[in-house]
Ligand binder design. Sequence first.
Ligand code: ZN
Ligand code: ZN
Length: 240
Amino acid sequence: MRPGIIADYHLHSNYSPDSESRIEDIIRVSREKNIEHIIITDHYEIADEHENILNVDEYRKKMEKYSLPVGVELGWNGIKELTVDTTKFDYVLFSHHYIENPVNQTNYKRYLLRLLDIVNRFDGYHALAHLDFPRRYHEYNEPFAKDLFDVIGEILKTLIKNGKSLELNTATMSIYGEPNPSIEILKLYKSLGGRNITIGSDAHELEDIGKGINDGIEILKKLGYNYILVFDIEWKEVRI
Ligand SMILES: [Zn+2]
Ligand SMILES: [Zn+2]
């Protein structure tokens, strides 16, 4: 067991519209919590209802000043024109944030079909964030039903084929006791030969940095995963 936390690769700073954390404070808190690797992944949202506010060049300079890899959470609805040069980032966490109401199995399926369509035609990212994201907004956080696992499998196979990673997002551990994606989806990923996992807390506040990561690692170990990915000039596997 490590004394600290291996990595937190999903963190928001005040470069995101929904966080007020200063980068200096994120670095300080990460050190206090013994987090070995961090990447700040602020929102760059491309969807009709959002106007992107991230100034990429200024943001890159800031990360370079602190010798941090340049990360981004690239939210895309799959429709609006992609105007960002994704090669400007060391870590692109692709997110699909569009959720339809009511949040139920029917709309879970529609979410998955959009996601499958996007991963079949988009290559400019490293990891897919919070695969079963709409579950966060379901009244009882109902898991994705078994009859959706065919399409989930198609998404996972596409990630594997294209050399993309799957993010284990631990923000929901304290809400409903499971990460995004769920344990059942992580089992499916493993059974399909998937092994590229990145991990992140999705902290929008300083106190949430690193939250749930070690519990997420324990889940991975129980499922037979031995490594997660970290970025150190290049991507590499570290033993968990
Ligand atoms: Zn997100
Ligand atoms: Zn996020």
